[in-house]
Design a protein around this ligand. Structure first.
Ligand code: DAH
Length: 343
């Protein structure tokens, strides 16, 4: 019995050490271990020499060994079949391929790309800035000094470690970063993510996306602002779009205006999105405040500029009729896969 067990252990080691190679050695293995006169068969023959009270235990050991030897055979057979196939070039090239499912772009990315594309045709290039901003670029440089009441319009997330740091509340901070480095003519579009301390609901989120636009040069007028934005909405929503400017207030522009378009969801008859007015606000804008230009050493007697900032989610909502802001960040594939586009 002792001898037999040692013998089995030795066979096991022999089998475990085998590196499968080729059909011939596979067949030799089968004959040696699993054939009708093979080792496994012989070992089972030894059963009759085993004392009765050990038969059960020995039988189990033998069965285990048999399964082990057979498993090795199957594994070997498969790897041999694969290498046999590829070495003889027997892959059937006429078989249909496995189509990889194609992903879709996120609707926010689609709309952002389209915005960039439309303004690109007017000579605007993309500028980017950090999402973790300092007070100067997000507020003070934009004519929003400390304690300015307009700071309350935006519930700001501050960074614990440094009270001067915050998550940018608007992409207007990129205006400041660009004017600090670049002199006119400046014609930029600045898409990106912004953060505000809002409770998440269908209509508000603690992060969303904006794009800023800035054009500074000699003789830039409000008429340029209006025509540029009109061109933009016509490209984005179609030629039938109507626009309306309302006077507004932003510390970094003077005069300031908000722009509405006629509601793309209900066509003007009234719905929840336009709050039954037929008009939807899509952006804030105005002529760059002379003080802002001076903050960056740009001569405000020589240069003028316009700026605007719009929410990408809002444009997306009107374009694709998305009624709940939370859908943008829930990553539900049933939502995401509905969007396709060439851009
Ligand atoms: N930063 C403003 C906001 O987040 C939007 C805005 C208004 C940007 C007027 C501008 C502007 O550049 O001129 O509400």
């Amino acid at each position: 019995m002792e001898q037999l067990l040692q013998q089995i252990e030795a066979y096991k080691q022999e089998i475990a050490a085998i590196v499968p190679n080729g059909a011939d050695s596979l067949e030799a293995y089968r004959i040696k271990f699993l054939g009708t006169k093979g080792i496994v068969k012989n070992l089972f023959g030894e059963m009759r020499n085993v004392p009765n009270d050990k038969k059960k235990e020995f039988g189990q050991i033998l069965n285990e060994f048999k399964q082990f030897a057979e498993a090795k055979y199957e594994e070997w057979k498969q790897s041999t079949a694969i290498s046999h196939q590829s070495s003889k070039n027997e892959i059937d090239l006429t078989l249909p391929g496995n189509a990889l499912p194609l992903g879709t772009r996120h609707p926010i990315s689609l709309v952002r790309n389209e915005i960039v594309h439309i303004f690109g045709r007017l000579g605007f290039s993309v500028a980017e800035g950090p999402e973790i901003e300092d007070d100067w670029h997000n507020f003070t440089a934009l004519n929003l000094p400390e304690n300015h009441p307009a700071r309350d319009m935006q519930d700001t997330f501050y960074i614990n470690q440094n009270p001067d740091w915050l998550l940018r509340t608007h992409t207007s901070s990129v205006q400041a970063r660009v004017m600090e480095k670049q002199k006119p003519p400046i014609r930029i579009i600045c898409p990106g993510r912004v953060y505000r301390n809002e409770t998440i609901s269908a209509r508000a989120h603690c992060f969303f996306h904006q794009t800023e636009g800035l054009y500074v040069d000699e003789n830039v007028s409000f008429a340029d602002l209006k025509q540029t934005l009109y061109f933009f909405v016509q490209e984005m929503f179609g030629k039938d779009v109507k626009i309306r400017f309302r006077p507004s207030y932003f510390p970094f522009t003077e005069p300031s205006a908000e722009m509405d378009i006629n509601c793309r969801i209900c066509g003007g008859v009234g719905c929840n999105v336009c709050k039954h007015t037929g008009w939807v606000e899509i952006l804030g804008s105005g002529m760059v405040h002379p003080k802002m230009l001076e903050n960056f050493g740009i001569d405000s007697n020589k240069y003028t500029g316009f700026a605007f900032g719009m929410g990408i989610e809002r444009i997306c909502q009107l374009k694709y009729r998305i009624n709940d802001l939370r859908l943008y960040s829930q990553n539900d594939v049933r939502f995401l896969k509905q969007f396709t586009s060439a851009v």
